[in-house]
Design a protein around this ligand. Sequence first.
Ligand code: SIN
Length: 324
Amino acid sequence: MVSVKKTQKVVVLGTGGTIAGTAANAFEQVVYTAAQLGVDQLTAAVPGLDAVLGGRQLVVEQVAQLDSKDMDHATWQRLTHRCAHWLAQEDVGALVITHGTDTLEETAWFLQSVLQPCKPLVMVCAMRPASSSEADGPQNLRDALLVSAQPLATGVCVVCAGVIHSARFVQKVHPYRLDAFSSGDAGPLGWMQSGQVQWSTVYDRSALQMPALAKQVMSSDARLWPVVEVVFSHAGAGRRVVDALVQAGVSGLVVAGSGNGTVHHAVEAALKEAEQAGVRVRLSTRCQEGQMVGKSRLWPDMEGLSPLKARISLMLELLVESGV
Ligand code: SIN
């Protein structure tokens, strides 16, 4: 049972994903089509929904219906609009977003960077389609609703397989198992224990704010957002990819370096030329766990962000500067 003001609303926004996917039969867990069921059907399948809501009013809205491999900036912009709309309502206590697992960590970091919400914004997903006899979506959504009622929850987090991750550190690390996400060395924010939320750290709610960045994201044309791409440094790498991207007019490049941010000499030479041509370059590591250490780097890093999240942060940095 949760304890919240009875007048509060919790808003569940649907965007698609496996959590809303269906397969040909109840035993199929690999071959299925994502983004088939509406968010109203997903909430209706949550076990013990009334008790989980604890008197809160449930509002559902379908913002998108896609396989998250196809997530794009226009959808991020629409989602930002809807989140900002609901977060600004005094009687809305929290948002929950159903999302595919494949790019969930990117959407989570984008929304955290842009909205910096002080209310809970809980992202939730599933690894098995909703049609599966052993679907994990209903339990995950139940957990997400419970987390969303927590007075201590704030900002964007991700709930999957009973574990609560921060937007900053979460990464999908497994293509199939139910517990597909990890927060690496940082560890999870918390976990579900016998239907209760157990926090590993206690954090404070700050005052409600709407950063200038959110206004810019919502009012600009998403097609004009600066183009930032990720390039990998790897054995046998050459300058072709960097040269092609510069030729195509990118504004920024994040290089996913090997190990502690080392970069193949051919890629390094191409990136240095790109930088001289006005392209902003940032360094990250392609290592799945940990962060780069030490200061002697070719280019600045993005405070330990993964290459995909560094891409988002650099794009937002350039967007602010561009004034678009
Ligand atoms: C998706 O990311 O939309 C499909 C895969 C998943 O949700 O696990």
